[in-house]
Ligand binder design. Structure first.
Ligand code: HEM
Length: 313
């Protein structure tokens, strides 16, 4: 596992997250409300040509999935602005050891490209929501020089009809290594098989607080929900170290993509509290056939998710 030595940066990041959302013992620092389900992933035949990873060879692999809301406040209602972007974290129980994870969210892009910028962004947000003396100035100064962060904050993110009817983006680039050593750099994307659907603005006030968990439970009682896992290959000139910049996946600029396989979400975990607390997903949990790219955010996320998970208890 990759280590990130800058402990002060990690502590500062976690402190800024807690200053924004509060510290809720037993819950994740962000994406604190979620629901865990079990299912199966089956790789498409072409996936093995891109990667030798155990979960991409075509045998069905058991998976654990956690859908979540962005907010670090577990009581945030599902229809609230702070509940977006939504999260999809998945563990493939394949290969040796604990398996491998993807941690994705429903916004195509990210406010910043580097750990230090992320700290400045979070500190700006924390200052602007401070219960004692809210001060919007640091955030405004930051946004003035960071258009991607402004775009992230100002884009309307309508609530999904279901956790399973929206796209999720891996944001940070990874490298797939084939059996013959060929390397392919790209980003993950999950695409629903059901038609994508969000809730229109006029309906949002009528949404129940936990409608997404209720919807998932009702949907799975009728049968599995299916999503496709796609690998979007970096094009010429794409900066694989900058997750803040989306790469189009439709239209004339669409990057070449490869379907890696299909995810069947089958049943909710029976003990949600235990399933959620036992799971510590981490985008840097890799296996042979999946490697880090030059994106500096993944080593940072690795160290911070581990620190945050250890502080949940
Ligand atoms: C440097 C940037 C980032 C920081 C500092 C950060 C921070 C965190 C922290 C502290 C947690 C809680 C971990 C735990 O207690 O297990 C978390 C969870 C999560 N993050 Fe991030 N994150 C970052 C980037 C991203 C990106 C780019 C995405 C989407 C692609 C993302 C999506 C998620 C999701 C979905 C979860 C919940 C995972 C679960 O269900 O267990 N994060 N993040």
């Amino acid at each position: 596992m990759i280590q990130l030595q800058d402990e002060a940066l990690l502590e500062d990041l976690l402190a800024a997250i807690h200053a924004t959302f509060g510290h809720h013992t037993g819950y994740r620092a962000t994406h604190s409300k979620g629901i865990v389900a079990h299912g199966t992933f089956t790789a498409a035949p072409e996936a093995a040509r891109l990667s030798r990873a155990a979960h991409l060879q075509g045998q069905p692999v058991p998976v654990t999935v956690r859908f979540s809301n962005f907010s670090g406040v577990p009581q945030t209602p599902d229809g609230d602005m702070m509940a977006s972007p939504r999260g999809l974290g998945i563990r493939f129980h394949a290969g040796e050891g604990a398996g491998t994870d993807i941690v994705a969210h429903s916004f195509d892009g990210f406010p910043v490209a580097t750990p230090r910028e992320f700290l400045a962004f979070l500190q700006g947000i924390a200052a602007s929501v401070s219960p004692t003396a809210p001060d919007p100035a640091p955030l405004e100064t930051f946004l003035a020089s960071h258009p991607r962060a402004r775009h992230y904050l100002e884009t309307v993110k309508p609530p999904p009809r279901s956790y399973t009817t929206i796209h999720y983006f891996g944001i940070n680039a990874f490298v797939l290594a084939a059996a013959d050593g060929t390397l392919s750099t790209g980003r993950y994307r999950f695409e629903p098989l059901a038609p994508p659907e969000t809730v229109p603005e006029h309906e949002v006030p009528t949404l129940a607080e936990n409608y997404l968990a209720d919807e998932l439970e009702a949907r799975l009682a009728q049968g599995p929900a299916a999503m496709r896992l796609i690998f979007q290959l970096a094009g010429n000139g794409d900066d694989t170290a900058d997750g803040s910049q989306p790469w189009p996946y439709y239209g004339p600029q669409a990057r070449h993509e490869q379907v890696l396989g299909e995810l069947q979400i089958e049943a909710l975990a029976s003990d949600q509290v235990q399933a959620s607390s036992q799971l510590a997903l981490n985008p840097a949990r890799l296996i042979d056939g999946v490697q880090l790219s030059d994106d500096p955010m993944v080593p940072l996320r690795n160290a911070l998710y581990r620190l945050a998970a250890s502080r949940r208890r």
